[in-house]
Design a protein around this ligand. Structure first.
Ligand code: KG4
Length: 348
């Protein structure tokens, strides 16, 4: 049995977790800074890094305590070292290096975007698993990461071997949800609020542009959609009026129509990718997987292609230490090692 500690400080969540054998989560402590950044309408990097410094020791202690183990029992310490906000990454990586040195444990640097896809492999209870992942029928998989900073498609030969086949050329889909929520004066983070409001709206009410970048492309673009929503709500140029002039029903219709269009873009690109290659499953990860319409769209696509759709459990969609610990264990078992010179890398 192997025990991995995972540390995640890439953006505005401070998290640490303990995972055994790469799949069973013994603890997963996540502290979000959403309230700290709310009044700025987005994450302020300096504030985020400072909050990580204040929290990191406590979060790691809680994760070890909840798992009922102490540092010397660990086999590996995994840390998200890319991509992310540099000041934030430095906090997690410095903590991981210090502990690896003090406890004489192996350090493994993890790409947190790859870990978003690994999150689909995680379970909270130790026991037999009957999923496609365990049966080894998963690969090659089509991987879709949808978060506040990323919208990327991968061909996954395994959880460790990812080839990027498409990505956003402008905004990430989560960013588009957050910006549309700001236009509708719904607050930050906006994704969950759009999701809730859309349930009361008519997704066919407004025809927003379905940007597909040609017939073959697997890249994404969401900035035109965001601008179309801005002009619809605030007038051409975006400054003639604001969302307070909309009735509650009109606001819900904008949310529902935007969400439907964003979902159609994601599903169309996944369908294209499935049509262009041989895939045995569809794996998705990232905070936007929480969206009900997108989840339904992905499940429907899986039925269309008769392949399993592997989505993380609710508590593993957003940034969390468990996905870092699980991925670190997977990498460790395949021979990957990092040393105390591990660097933080903002983009990868
Ligand atoms: O993966 P994640 O925690 O981290 C970032 O990369 O930031 O994802 C956060 C993103 C935010 O943009 C948030 O608005 C979005 O996920 N999100 C949602 C929903 N829940 C969170 N977007 C749409 N619908 C949701 N239900």
């Amino acid at each position: 049995m192997s025990f991995a500690l995972g540390i995640e400080t890439t953006c505005d969540e401070t998290s640490a977790a303990v995972v055994t054998d790469g799949r069973w989560v013994l603890s997963n402590v996540v502290r979000t800074q959403a309230a700290l950044h709310q009044k700025y309408g987005g994450v302020v990097p300096e504030l985020a890094a400072r909050a990580h410094i204040e929290l990191i020791d406590e979060i790691i202690s809680l994760a070890l305590g909840d798992a009922g183990i102490t540092g010397p029992h660990l086999d590996v310490i995994g840390v998200a070292h890319t991509p992310g906000l540099v000041g934030c990454l430095l906090v997690g990586v410095s903590a991981a290096k210090g502990l690896a040195f003090a406890w004489d444990k192996q350090l493994v640097g993890v790409n947190h975007v790859a870990a978003h896809l690994y999150a689909a492999a995680l379970y909270e209870k130790v026991g037999p698993v009957g999923d496609a992942w365990a049966a080894g029928d998963t690969w090659p998989a089509l991987g879709l990461v949808i978060s506040g900073g990323h919208t990327t498609l991968y061909r996954m030969a395994s959880p460790r071997d990812l080839i990027k086949i498409g990505h956003t050329i402008d905004d990430a889909v989560g960013e588009a949800f957050d910006k549309v929520a700001a236009i509708l004066q719904l607050g930050y983070p906006g994704g969950p609020q759009i999701d809730a409001l859309a349930k009361r709206g008519n997704p066919e009410a407004i025809k927003f542009p379905l940007t597909l970048l040609g017939r073959e492309s697997l890249d994404f673009s969401f900035s035109g959609l965001k601008t179309a929503v801005l002009y619809h709500v605030c007038g051409v140029g975006g400054k003639q009026r604001d969302a307070s002039t909309l009735s509650p029903q009109e606001r819900a219709d904008v949310a529902a129509s935007f969400q439907r269009t964003a979902t159609d873009i994601l599903i169309t690109k996944c369908r294209r990718a499935l049509g262009q290659g041989e895939y045995r499953s569809l794996v998705a990860g990232g905070g936007v997987c929480a969206n009900s319409a997108i989840r339904n769209g992905l499940q429907q696509l899986g039925r269309e292609y008769n392949i399993p759709v592997l989505l993380p459990a609710l508590q593993f969609w957003q940034h969390n230490g468990a996905m870092i610990a699980g991925m670190a264990d997977e990498l460790y078992r395949s021979g990957m090692r990092s040393d105390l010179c591990l660097r933080v890398v903002a983009t990868s």
